[in-house]
Design a protein around this ligand. Structure first.
Ligand code: ADP
Ligand code: MG
Length: 341
């Protein structure tokens, strides 16, 4: 085959391959957009575990009529204009790839209205790179994205989807995770017409409630609270008691500047701080929020944005380790180190 340029739709589908793995990944991207738009309320509606329908509605800034086609274009974003912005990123999004990627592997309808407009506008795509004309549509200020029949045009991907129940649980997990880091935003989740989560916005003082919604009341009752701040780094959250450890590292939530991440530096610091109170084969349960100067952390490390690179990994590791070690200091080696599930 001679060298040839890939058609735009295929480029988007390849990009989608990196970030859109299942309905839950669509929800993650859409919720991130709602949060970036300053939404105070995010409503998620699902049918059949999100495989048939995902609808995320927010009351954020909305998208102006002229910009609707841009929102669905590759590498188009309102969040960064230059390298400087990328290096001091305050938003969760920056790649300008989520909406076009989703639009290339599903039927997508984007409806939005900005403040001061009497009506909203909608733009629909059918999985190809041809979009219908922008048409008027009733919508309060904010944005609704509807995604139907995910992977209907990518059978190889569709085959990897699991049962409705499994896909649904992944979706629910994404909503709970984002709700935990933004208690100031109201979240609602409905599945097949039934309300599953209804979390009104609460102040920072009641943030623990969102953590309980993520990891359970029982976790919180026995958890150790962490709060530590030094040299521009701030860590807060809850560490599970060793008696609440698990055989798998499946209930560990780390957020860096409001972004759920998996990170080796952070995992190593947690493991080390639990070393004296937990058997090696056991994994602690925790939710930790680390905030630091965006200029000292590179979030552009993975297309799905769940990995970060710290400019000074050593500093971050030592800070986190010290904070956790102090929080766990009252526990004696061997105390309750046999976990229960
Ligand atoms: P990114 O978030 O990386 O900028 P996306 O493809 O997710 O890329 O979104 C493209 C653009 O569409 C965003 O930069 C933003 O301007 C706009 N947008 C997407 N979702 C929303 C929303 N819920 N509210 C307001 N604007 C949105
Ligand atoms: Mg985005």
């Amino acid at each position: 085959m001679p060298i040839q340029r890939l058609p735009p739709q295929l480029i988007s589908q390849i990009a989608a391959g990196e970030v859109i793995e299942r309905p839950a990944s669509v929800i993650k991207e859409l919720i991130e957009n709602s949060i970036d738009a300053g939404a105070q309320r995010v409503q998620v509606d699902l049918e059949q575990g999100g495989m048939r329908l995902i609808r995320v509605a927010d009351d954020g800034s909305g998208i102006a009529r002229d910009e609707l086609p841009l929102a669905l274009s590759r590498h188009a974003t309102s969040k960064v204009a230059g390298l400087r912005d990328l290096e001091a990123l305050q938003t969760l999004g920056f790649r300008g790839e989520a909406l076009p990627s989703i639009a290339s592997v599903a039927r997508l309808v984007l409806t939005s209205a900005v403040a001061g407009e009497r009506s909203g506008w909608r733009l629909a795509g059918d999985g190809s790179d041809e979009f219908a004309e922008v048409a008027p549509a009733a919508h309060p200020r904010g944005t609704t994205v509807e995604v139907r029949d995910l992977f209907f045009n990518v059978p190889a991907r569709r085959k990897f989807l699991r049962t409705e129940r499994t896909e649904y649980l992944h979706c629910e997990d994404v909503v709970r995770t984002h709700a935990a880091v933004r208690p100031d935003i109201a979240f609602e989740l409905r599945h097949n017409g039934r309300t599953v989560l209804d979390l009104p916005a609460v102040g920072a003082a009641a943030a623990a409630g969102r953590v309980a919604a993520l990891l359970g009341e029982e976790f919180l009752r026995h958890a150790f609270e962490v709060e530590e701040e030094s040299s521009g780094l701030r860590l807060c959250g809850w560490l599970g008691a060793p008696t609440h450890s698990r055989s798998q590292a499946d209930q560990q939530h780390f957020f860096v500047n409001g972004r759920p991440v998996r990170d080796r530096v952070l995992s190593a610091a947690v493991r080390r701080s639990y070393r004296d109170v937990l058997y090696q084969a056991r994994h602690p349960v925790f939710v930790l929020f680390l905030d630091l100067d965006p200029a000292t952390v590179d979030v552009n490390a993975h297309p799905a944005k769940h990995e970060v690179r710290f400019r000074d990994g050593r500093l971050v590791h030592d800070f986190v380790f010290r904070a956790l070690h102090r929080a766990l200091a009252d526990l004696r080696p061997g105390d309750g180190s046999v976990g229960s599930e």
